[in-house]
Design a protein around this ligand. Structure first.
Ligand code: PLP
Length: 296
């Protein structure tokens, strides 16, 4: 079964440490591993051998589910947003990888994709694919949060701030639940989403958290040259690769807040590197088309 390797925090800057969740596994990296762990155990205990989940063209969750399915002997189906992608599997590194792990796809229109949580749509999928274990988009459900509660360990209680990137809010909810009262958990949304506070409240059992909504760079998957410059400089300075969708934006935010004096002088900050490095190849394809600098 997926093991939680004991990874040591990396001290990168006076006040800042990084929890290297990206080192957990080259393909099921970071928080997606945490989120899948108890779901896979549950599917196995229910004797269901098919996982079905949802995601976009570059989804870390799709890549992680496909790979987990392959190594734990479960079949996988990915419901992918965007019909046009069906003919582009071979030029999309994420889908190509997922397919090579044995994942089958069903491509749906953006309109149909919006119904992904509706009973009617799930029923349709059941009649098409039979019985399956459903994992929601981004992998977020109660069992995923249970997995994310294992990210922090007792030694991490020395930190004053825990910082992480936020997509659906599952990861931060786990961090909040296992944080200590004296700690503050700061979430950096990777997208514009007013719904996030509400979504997190559904899962979080404590109040010691806040979302910092200024570093999404225009929305999910949106980037600016200064973000790429930051990611490449970060790599040069600390020899740590950040992904452009999640961890790059979060670290950019953490360093900007440091510059602005947001963090009290002697406070210690733990930034969770949630992984996502598989997405870089796909992003570089897009950057090349734009004639922008690539992520190194
Ligand atoms: C999915 C993902 C996130 C967001 O996690 P949520 O639990 O959806 O908030 C953050 N970082 C990386 C690298 C991810 O792949």
């Amino acid at each position: 079964m997926l093991k939680n390797k004991d990874l040591k925090n990396i001290h990168i800057d006076n006040q800042v440490f990084i929890k290297p969740e990206y080192l957990i596994h080259p393909f099921i990296s970071g928080n997606k591993h945490r989120k899948l762990k108890y779901n896979i155990l549950e599917a196995k205990s229910q004797k269901i051998d098919l996982l079905l989940t949802f995601g976009g063209a570059y989804s870390n969750h799709i890549a992680a589910t496909a790979y987990a399915g392959k190594i734990y002997g479960l079949k996988t189906i990915g419901i992918i947003r965007g019909e046009e992608l069906e003919s582009k599997i071979n030029t999309n590194p994420t889908l190509k990888f997922a397919q090579s792990c044995g994942m089958r796809f069903k491509f749906v229109t953006r309109e149909a994709y919006r119904n992904r949580a509706k009973t009617e749509f799930i029923k349709q999928l059941n009649s098409e694919f039979g019985d399956f274990y459903l994992i929601p988009e981004g992998g977020t459900n109660d069992l995923a949060i249970k997995g994310c509660e294992e990210i922090l360990n007792d030694e991490d209680s020395e930190f004053d701030f825990i910082c992480c990137s936020v997509g659906t809010g599952g990861t931060i909810s786990g961090l909040i639940n296992s944080s200590k009262k004296h700690q503050k958990v700061l979430g950096f949304p990777a997208l514009k989403g007013d719904f996030l506070n509400q979504d997190i409240r559904k899962f979080a059992t404590q109040e010691n958290w806040e979302l910092i909504d200024k570093y999404h760079f225009g929305g999910y998957g949106k980037i600016k040259p200064e973000l790429i410059t930051f990611i490449n400089k970060f790599k040069k300075d600390f020899d740590i690769t950040l992904d452009p969708i999640y961890t790059g934006k979060m670290m950019y935010g953490v360093f900007d807040l440091l510059d602005k004096g947001f963090f009290p002088k002697d406070s210690k900050i733990l930034a969770i590197h949630t992984g996502g490095l598989q997405g870089i190849e796909g992003m570089n394809v897009r950057l090349k088309q734009k004639g922008w600098p690539l992520i190194k």
